[in-house]
Design a protein around this ligand. Structure first.
Ligand code: NCD
Ligand code: ZN
Ligand code: ZN
Ligand code: ZN
Length: 428
């Protein structure tokens, strides 16, 4: 079958409006309410191709593929937990068409050379699109940072201001200051007072701050206050904030409910209370949060059960959980699209992705809002093969994933011979 031309008919967008798309090669060639059969003939003539794959979406919802700014794919060095193949397969299944990988690998991604090696591995293995955050090092790698940003090998630098998985903690204030001075957008792992510190460094020396995985009401109030202050948050040094699904859906009470959960549900920042869950949900709906990032941080289940290990997987369940929340009346579909597709593309300045637009890459997903499914460990693609949501019954599921114009996931199955992931590009 020729996959080069795909006509997606009879879909709906997140606003409920009828939407049809004509995909040619890697891009969206046409998108409109209805593409008539005479139009299809013309389009076929236009592009000079006779065979066409027509997919009836049966009024299911079509969205841009999810862009996950925050994942740890564990390659190189920790690939017994995950690698670019298994991690990207998990993404394709979950509805994520682009992931960004974090630098706390072995060795860490703190030199241009390491970044290039990582890119080569992803190019060989990833079935969805990928990008990378370069790592700020406690051994001072300012020259590497400058070079990487100048060559646009990456657009962002990730720094760790608290202890977590990996050995990238930076405590030296002089190094922090230099990194803020010499970077564009900086992503931070910052908890409690470190949030104040990060906001301060960004305001004084920085060019933009993305605060990862805010877990609590107390910390979020601080960030919201900063975001509302024009001195702290402005076009010169904007402030963005991310929440993870686990800080929305899980809490201490669930963690303490069994011996197993006491170990499995450990991560940085730690889970908080249901009051915190509620506060995060309210903020999300009020527009005070910019993105949902999974912080996909796979560890094998034995490692989790043997000793305290921080982090858990997330890419296979993030969209499903949010669609289920939509079905429970907790969030609007267009808000999900904004938080998971559009805002990540804007914040990361990704070229031609994150929106359903003519001329943009055909990174497209179709979700069935009525479909009921159960999260089942043994069906997962991630190498870690467990989920904190095991046995959760959800309504709403990704059923079709298209990456750069090619179908990579359909009818519950990864298309085995399609490897169509590309490194993303930045427009600025
Ligand atoms: C992450 C990991 O395992 O890489 N762990 C975690 O608990 N979140 C690191 C991180 O994002 O802090
Ligand atoms: Zn972190
Ligand atoms: Zn300023
Ligand atoms: Zn993380």
């Amino acid at each position: 079958m020729d996959n080069r031309v795909i006509y997606l008919k009879n879909g709906k967008d997140v606003y409920g409006k009828k939407t049809e798309l004509f995909i040619y090669g890697e891009k969206i060639y046409q998108i409109k309410e209805e593409i008539k059969s005479s139009d299809v003939d013309n389009l076929k003539k236009d592009v000079g191709i006779q065979t066409i794959r027509i997919i009836d979406l049966k009024e299911n919802t079509v969205m841009p593929g999810v862009i996950d700014i925050h994942t740890h794919m564990r390659e190189p060095g920790i690939t017994y937990k995950e690698d670019f193949e298994t991690g990207s397969r998990a993404c394709a299944k979950g509805g994520i068409t682009t992931f960004f990988d974090m630098p706390n690998t072995l060795p860490p991604t703190t030199s241009l050379n390491e970044l290039i090696l990582k890119k080569e591995a992803a190019k060989r293995k990833a079935i969805v699109n990928y990008g990378f955050h370069f790592g700020g090092s406690n051994k001072n790698n300012i020259n590497e940072i400058k070079q990487v940003l100048k060559n646009k090998e990456a657009n962002t630098v990730k720094i760790f201001m608290n202890v977590t998985t990996g050995e990238m903690l930076i405590e030296n204030e002089k190094i922090l200051k230099e990194i803020f001075k010499n970077s564009k957008l900086i992503l931070v792992h910052a908890e409690n007072e470190m949030i104040d510190q990060a906001l301060f460094l960004n305001e004084k020396y920085g060019n933009g701050l993305y605060i990862c995985h805010i877990p609590s009401k107390e910390e979020l109030i601080k960030v919201i206050k900063g975001k509302k202050d024009k001195k702290i948050n402005n076009y010169k040094h904007p402030v963005y904030v991310e929440v993870t699904p686990h800080h929305l859906f899980l809490n201490e009470k669930i963690r303490e409910s069994s011996e197993r959960n006491k170990l499995l549900l450990r991560m940085k920042p730690e889970l908080r209370t249901s009051i915190d869950n509620e506060f995060l949900w309210e903020a999300l709906n009020k527009g005070e949060i910019d993105t949902i990032g999974t912080d996909h941080a796979p560890h094998l289940i034995n490692e989790k059960l043997e000793k305290v290990t921080f982090g858990m997987p997330g890419v296979e369940t993030s969209l499903g959980l949010m669609l289920n929340a939509f079905n429970e009346g907790k969030i609007k579909l267009e808000k999900i699209q904004e938080l998971m597709c559009e805002n990540p593309a804007k914040i990361m300045k990704i070229k031609e992705r994150g929106f359903l637009k003519e001329g943009y890459y055909a990174d497209i997903i179709v979700v069935d809002l009525t479909k009921k499914w159960k999260v089942t460990n043994k069906e997962l693609e991630s190498k870690c093969r467990w989920s904190p949501y095991e046995n959760w019954e959800l309504q709403g599921k990704n059923i079709l994933t298209i990456v750069n114009g090619k179908i990579v996931y359909e009818n519950g199955k990864i298309q085995e011979n399609i490897k169509n992931g590309k490194e993303i590009e930045f427009y600025e």
